[in-house]
Design a binder for this molecule. Structure first.
Ligand code: CAA
Ligand code: NAI
Length: 728
């Protein structure tokens, strides 16, 4: 962990060295200051180049130390930046790989910035619940102007080197040896005045309606990142750059940084960062794991069914340069599917071009559309995405088993059917696995990898590796009805519907959950996805009906409370946005603007009267608990059953697939922040008065953890037994 120095003529090259990503720890910062001091005192040095070891400039401050180290040391990076800026010898930042967060701030302290064409720069602090706290909010606007800086700082977006060059963030972009190019540049600027290159001295170009710009940015960010503080505070920090001289702006930035640094939202975001990386380290029940298993390369993949999911899956594969064979059941569906695939690809290509991204040739792999099952024979991997129907899926897997070469992996995109049952009809259950993509599959990054009882480590490893190639975040889960994500959704949606029976409107429930941070509450979400998705699945599993008879207070099935409301709406043709009516009404079929529907209001009133349902008045903050605690409880049950191997897995699934706000970490992290005793006591109270709602019965694991004094989340994994997947 250090800053190394070597001489190339009169140019001193400083190299940051802290594997794997040259994170800026206090030790690195101290070392940089020391080397800089030495160099400035050395008369033989005329210019300086600052770079990073192993092809990476720096990924910024060491996030691992945020929750343990003193804030004071996190601040000292600005001392380094200030020292770089004040240097009397010109300093050129040689950016390879990434310059992120504190790494980019370091480069902003330099007098010149030169990058490799494939490098990326960003200030992603906002995504960690923070703001750039080492001068980034004061220097970047002075370099590229307020609108562009505001966009980069408040969204944390990664900017490619060519795009950064256009913005004026970089002075030059090169295709080969960056350090050599930086040394050449350093040579050329020896003796030139440094004053204009010091960002702290630059006047800030201010657009005329700057106040409006800030206000509008806040409104937009509030909508985009509901309930998240850091995006709002980032705007305040950039505003300080406009309102205050540089030195005071730096003090204001620091003050705002400190308000975020120890917040729960920052803790949640930083936890989410490491959780995302931890899910790649899977272990199978056999003990085989990500290190011991070897993935096989996938060059050709087949997709069966080009409906909602198959289209996005085919595009994701093709985008990664994989040859795709896409199969449909008839000519009409094939035509529709192929048109849809081609149009997604065209839109994606246009968007990439607009953003100035270099298109790797070819941008998309080749997609062959076919009706002929025989064409699938040579695929390395097949993903089935036909209707959610067990008989149909079994028929397809039987055919695949006969048709495909013996080593072909057979994957199903089922959203909850038994993987082992599907695998049982094949000659290779060890090569069968669930690949549960989320809709739209070309956009959503989450992939639930559902290991069956027989799925081999090579199969798991191959699919995990494929997910990386596709740019997805994959989580390995066990096989149970609905897997992890949809299984936890069940109690959440069920409670939301019970709240309607109890006297609330869809809008009241949605609003509470949207204020919490969900992009959409359960009813708006259900209207968007289509009420018929769940309805069909319930019919397939024999879970629709019975209907309530007038005068019966609440519907029960096998002794458990059950609400027929969603089924009734479907029977009335109210399937959500697609039919223009669902839990809300829309301007037309396919409309997007949800408006409260007076018909639904009076229907619910009649329903409650007819069935003598007692209005159960719940406080607004309790709506949150009624919906979220059963979901969290199911999360503990999933851990107990070994279906998820750790709380991080559930949290990644929820933040990436179900709109759980990242600044709330995920359901399990949220439970740990609320406090397990509170979650347990609330569930116990609710269950006491609702014995016919099993999802309220506290899980044994939750009770065990509370009995043990509620250990921190990172210790929960050690309380779990061995995982078992189901077997037929
Ligand atoms: N601090 C500590 N560890 C970091 C890190 C950082 N800033 N960035 C990455 N790592 C670690 C990862 O946790 C991972 O560790 P494990 O192998 O133990 O899991 C390892 O480096 C490699 O990271 P990835 O698995 O993500 O590898 P990748 O090649 O896919 O991506 C990357 C590399 C582009 C740098 C990516 O990790 C990334 O985007 N990191 C984000 C960095 C970031 O947000 N920086 C801002 C920090 S805040 C700041 O700088 C301001 C401040 O002063 C407060
Ligand atoms: P869909 O109804 O939109 O598309 C299914 C497609 O399969 C249709 O185009 C149909 O013509 C085709 N098909 C049917 N039988 C076929 C056969 N024998 N050969 C070739 N093609 C055939 O369905 P959707 O929504 O894409 O779902 C597919 C699978 O993905 C289901 O298992 C579903 O549960 C799952 N899933 C769906 C999600 C969603 O949001 N729609 C999300 C995640 C998983």
């Amino acid at each position: 962990m250090s800053a190394l120095k070597r001489m190339l003529g009169p140019v001193a090259v400083i190299t940051i060295s802290n594997p794997p990503v040259n994170a800026l720890s206090p030790a690195v910062q101290e070392s940089l200051l020391k080397v800089l001091k030495e160099i400035n005192l050395d008369p033989t040095v005329k210019a300086i180049v600052l770079g990073g070891e192993n092809g990476k400039f720096s990924a910024g401050a060491d996030i691992r130390t945020f929750q343990t180290r003193e804030v004071r040391s996190a601040a000292s990076l600005e001392d380094v930046n200030s020292a770089l800026e004040k240097s009397t010898k010109p300093i050129v930042a040689a950016i390879e790989g990434v310059a992120l967060g504190g790494g980019l701030e370091l480069a902003l302290g330099c007098h010149y910035r030169l990058a490799h064409v494939k490098a990326q720069v960003a200030l992603p602090e906002v995504l960690l619940g923070l703001l750039p706290g080492a001068g980034g909010t004061q220097r970047l606007p002075r370099l590229i102007g307020i609108p562009a800086a505001l966009e980069i700082i408040t969204t944390g977006q990664y900017v490619s080197a060519p795009a950064a060059l256009k913005l004026g963030l970089l002075d030059s972009v090169v295709e080969d040896n960056v350090v050599q190019a930086a040394v050449d540049l350093a040579h050329n600027v020896i003796g030139q005045p440094l004053e204009p290159r010091r960002l702290c001295m630059r006047p800030l170009p201010c657009p005329p309606n700057v106040e409006k710009l800030f206000d509008e940015a806040k409104v937009k960010l509030k909508k985009q990142f509901r309930g998240a503080k850091s995006h709002q505070v980032c705007v305040d920090a950039v505003r300080a750059a406009v309102e205050l001289p540089f030195a005071e702006g730096i003090l204001k930035e620091r003050e705002l940084f400190l308000t975020l640094f120890s917040s729960d939202q920052a803790k949640a975001r930083q936890y989410a960062f490491f959780a995302e990386r931890s899910v790649a380290r899977w272990t199978a029940p056999s003990g085989a794991n990500w290190k011991s298993a070897s993935p096989r390369p996938i060059r050709t993949a087949a997709v069966i069914g080009l409906g909602t999911m198959g289209r996005g899956i085919a595009v994701s594969l093709a985008r990664a340069g994989i040859q795709v064979i896409a199969l449909e059941q008839d000519k009409k569906q094939l035509e529709m599917g192929s048109k849809a695939v081609m149009s997604i690809m065209e839109r994606e290509t246009q968007k990439k071009q607009q953003l100035g991204h270099a298109l790797n040739a070819p941008h998309f792999g080749f997609v062959k559309f076919t009706l002929d099952f025989n064409e699938l024979g040579n695929a390395d991997l097949v993903i089935e995405a036909v209707y959610e129907n067990m008989a149909l899926k079994k028929e397809i897997f039987q055919r695949l088993s006969k048709m495909c070469k013996p080593e072909t992996f057979l994957c199903t995109n089922t959203s909850g059917l038994n993987i082992d049952e599907i695998a049982s009809v094949t000659d290779r259950p060890h090569l069968v696995i669930g690949t549960h993509f989320f809709s739209p599959a070309n956009i959503m990054r989450l992939l639930e990898v559902v290991r069956g009882y027989h799925s081999s480590p090579t199969t798991i490893s191959t699919v995990m590796n494929l997910s990386k190639v596709l740019g997805k975040i994959a989580v390995v889960v066990g096989n149970c009805p609905l897997f992890v994500g949809n299984r936890l959704m069940g109690p959440y949606v069920e409670q939301a519907v019970f709240l309607l029976e109890d006297g609330y409107t869809p809008n009241e429930v949605d609003q509470v959950l949207e204020e919490f941070g969900f992009a959409m509450g359960p009813f708006r979400m259900s209207d968007l996805a289509g009420l018929d998705v769940g309805w069909r699945s319930r019919m397939e599993r024999g879970l629709t009906g019975p209907k309530l008879s007038p005068g019966v207070p609440a519907c029960q099935r096998e002794g458990k409370r059950y609400s027929p409301l969603p089924d009734i709406l479907c029977e009335k043709g109210r399937l959500g946005q697609k039919t223009g009516q669902g839990w809300y009404q829309y301007e037309r079929a396919g409309g997007r603007t949800a408006v409260a529907d007076p018909w639904l209001q009076s229907f619910l009133e009649d329903y409650r009267k007819a069935h003598k349902i007692r209005q159960n008045v719940v406080r607004h903050d309790e709506i949150l608990e009624w919906c979220l605690y059963p979901l969290i409880n199911e999360g503990f049950k999933v851990l107990e059953d070994g279906i998820a191997s750790g709380p991080e897995d559930i949290d990644v699934i929820y933040t990436h697939g179900y709109g759980w706000p990242k600044h709330m970490g995920g359901p399990m992290f949220y439970a740990s922040m609320v406090g397990l005793p509170r979650v347990l006591t609330t569930l116990e109270t609710y269950y006491e008065s609702n014995r016919d709602v099993p999802s309220l019965k506290p899980s044994a694991l939750l009770k065990k953890l509370v009995t043990q004094g509620s250990p921190p989340l990172k210790e929960w994994r050690s309380q779990l037994g061995h995982h078992q997947s189901s077997k037929l």
